[in-house]
Ligand binder design. Structure first.
Ligand code: URA
Length: 296
């Protein structure tokens, strides 16, 4: 019995390697053969010659079913925890205790926020990198320095106490993806309830969506950053299950400073985005008065 089981496991592993699947990068296995163009001859499980491989095919179908339930469970848990959090400190705690993202296992620190939580401007990046993972704060590496220097031109500073000049920062993902790989769709999906609750607790007037992942996730759009830039959007949370009452948040999309480091020619475009933000802030402050505290 145990021998048959070991043979089946060995066949499963060989099948993975045959298909080039030699690294786990996600929480959930995706059955890419469903609705895909992968030819049966490539999949090589229906020849009938190899009983072990046929057994494995059945195993794959049942495990992919379990996987989709797993994904849904992680997302439901994220919604439940995010709903419970009534303050930023509570949100930080529930995220740190959430076990639905395997990124937590490979990361060193939770990256939750930096800056002044009473700021009118909240900037949301994509995901922490190595420096952020080490220090537990968003945008603290070379790209963070570049970001700080750009924002200084429009009088926004994460260390500023005056909320009119202050900035609050976070990311879509609170944990660094190993090797700075692009986060998977399921990682973004599971992280969305947390960042949407984060925004609802901070209640900024302006959201700067800094990078393609941030822009697509928070605007619920499929277009790339090139198409999403140069417009103002009315931000609305997509996770209806959170029951958030969020009103009057204007969102703008700009390039991530990590991209600017490799493509400095786009600094001109970012400068145009900054001028647009400055104008929006001037319009807003001409009629408002607010106070602030530092990041939890
Ligand atoms: N650092 C962050 O914290 N977020 C990014 O998106 C890029 C760098």
């Amino acid at each position: 019995m145990a021998n048959t089981h070991n043979k089946a496991l060995k066949a499963a592993l060989e099948w993975y390697v045959d298909q080039g699947i030699d690294e786990a990068i996600d929480n959930i296995a995706i059955d890419r053969r469903k609705n895909s163009n992968v030819k049966k001859s490539n999949v090589n499980i229906s020849s009938g010659k190899n009983k072990e491989k046929e057994k494995f095919s059945a195993h794959m179908i049942s495990s992919s079913h379990k996987a989709s339930l797993g994904k849904s469970d992680a997302w439901k848990e994220a919604v439940k925890l995010a709903s419970k959090a009534e303050t930023l400190e509570e949100l930080r705690i529930v995220i740190s205790e959430f076990e639905g993202l395997s990124l937590k296992k490979t990361a060193t620190n939770l990256v939750f926020c930096d800056g002044n939580s009473k700021s009118s401007v909240m900037l949301i990046g994509d995901a922490p990198g190595a420096d952020e993972d080490r220090l537990g704060k968003p945008f603290v590496g070379v790209s963070g320095k570049l970001l700080d220097s750009i924002l200084k031109y429009i009088n926004l500073d994460r260390n500023e106490q005056n909320p009119k000049k202050a900035l609050y920062l976070s990311n879509i993902l609170n944990w660094r993806p190993p090797g700075n790989r692009t986060p998977s769709l399921s990682e973004i999906e599971v992280s969305l309830p947390f960042i949407e609750k984060h925004i609802a607790l901070v209640k900024p007037k302006i959201l700067i969506l800094c990078g393609g992942i941030s822009a697509k996730a928070l605007l619920g759009r499929s277009e790339g950053i090139l198409r999403l830039r140069k417009s103002w959007y009315d931000y609305k949370p997509q996770t209806k299950e959170l029951g958030l009452d969020v009103s009057a948040i204007s969102a703008i999309v700009t390039y991530n400073p990590v991209y600017l480091l490799s493509t400095p020619s786009q600094k001109k475009a970012v400068w145009a985005d900054m001028l647009s933000i400055e104008q929006k802030l001037n319009d807003f402050f001409s009629s408002d008065n607010i106070e602030g505290t530092t990041c939890v």
